[in-house]
Design a protein around this ligand. Structure first.
Ligand code: AHR
Length: 319
């Protein structure tokens, strides 16, 4: 009996200690959807971080629609949440709702994608240098191809999203000055595996069954994985007949690299929530204003970087 009482007291203390740590804070998280393995990992890690830190997370899946994200933000504001995390699907059209959050004194943190609104409307943004990611991919391709003529096909991310805009700009910068490298086809695959495959099929058709294509640049790994399937179905060898470079570093691309079917990827960390919560906690503790942009690391992986080991290390991380 005494033991039971002690257990209950200890449990009650643990719960209240946890609540005291998180100060009963409620966080609204407006996620874009689940278009890619990377997105799934970001969702998993955000939920995990919130749980570990004792926050109550209100999760809203926008299913790729900006209007759903705006509605979710308005609902978070009406509820009076303590902070809002949002991964904005596109870069434009956020001024009004960000202004509403500001007037309600709710700090907003942008995750992984950027907006064109005035930075005074949000607390901070956590993300990578998206232009740099594209540039690294372009530089890798230019160095790999050397003097050979190379017709490149490009699978763009979601139209109007900051990664689609910046990764395109960055890649073009990376191959600038190499007149033997030309982007001959470029279309959106909306960051999804299925559309990546479908659009790649049309590229292959337009480019002599794929024989005229030297390389594929995909704005994310999921589209590359879909395109790899299309290349194989067209009777060509991805990774050899057509070089494949993409962005994210999800487990499936390492599997493709280990099998010789993809060549390089630039890592985007899915842990955007960690730095976001750190910034919020410092802000709540003593009003510390974080920098307007908290940059995460980007790293290039090639077939020389033990892709099989990378696959093993990442396969259970929520991708
Ligand atoms: O905003 C980051 C991008 O969004 C990731 O690269 C892509 O996989 C996701 O859908």
């Amino acid at each position: 009996m005494m033991f039971k009482t002690l257990m209950l007291t200890t449990a009650a203390f643990a719960v209240s200690a946890g609540m005291a740590l998180a100060d009963g804070k409620v966080i609204g998280f407006s996620q874009i959807g689940s278009e890619s393995g990377w997105r799934a990992a970001e969702t998993t890690l955000t939920k995990k971080q919130a749980e570990e830190r004792g926050y109550q997370l209100q999760f809203s899946d926008a299913q790729q629609k900006q209007e759903n994200q705006i509605a979710a933000m308005r609902s978070f504001i009406a509820q009076g949440v303590d902070a809002i995390l949002i991964a904005p699907v596109v870069a434009t059209g956020w001024d009004a709702v960000l202004q509403e959050a500001k007037e309600a004194e709710i700090p907003v943190v942008l995750l992984d994608r950027m907006v064109d609104s005035d930075p005074s409307l949000y607390l901070t943004a956590v993300g990578s240098n998206l232009v740099h990611e594209g540039e690294v991919a372009g530089q890798w391709l230019a160095a790999t191809v050397g003097d050979k003529d190379c017709r490149i096909v490009e699978l763009q991310g979601t139209t109007g999203s900051s990664p689609a805009i910046d990764r395109k700009t960055g890649f073009e910068k990376g191959i600038a000055g190499h007149d033997n490298l030309k982007i001959v086809q470029s279309q959106t695959g909306d960051f999804t595996r299925s559309l990546g495959k479908e659009v790649m099929e049309s590229f292959l058709q337009a480019e002599n069954g794929g024989k005229d294509i030297c390389a594929l640049y995909a704005h994310n790994d999921d589209m590359a994985v879909g395109a790899i399937q299309a290349i194989k179905e067209a009777g060509l060898k991805p990774g050899q007949d057509i070089l494949v470079v993409s962005i994210d570093a999800v487990p499936d691309i390492f599997k493709a690299m280990a099998d010789g079917e993809a060549n390089a990827t630039v890592e985007l960390t899915p842990n955007m929530a960690g730095p976001a919560f750190d910034a919020l906690e410092a802000f709540w503790a003593n009003g510390t204003e974080p920098p307007k942009f908290i940059q995460t690391e980007s790293k290039l992986y090639t077939q020389a970087d033990d892709p099989a080991g990378q696959y093993e290390a990442r396969k259970d991380l929520g991708y």
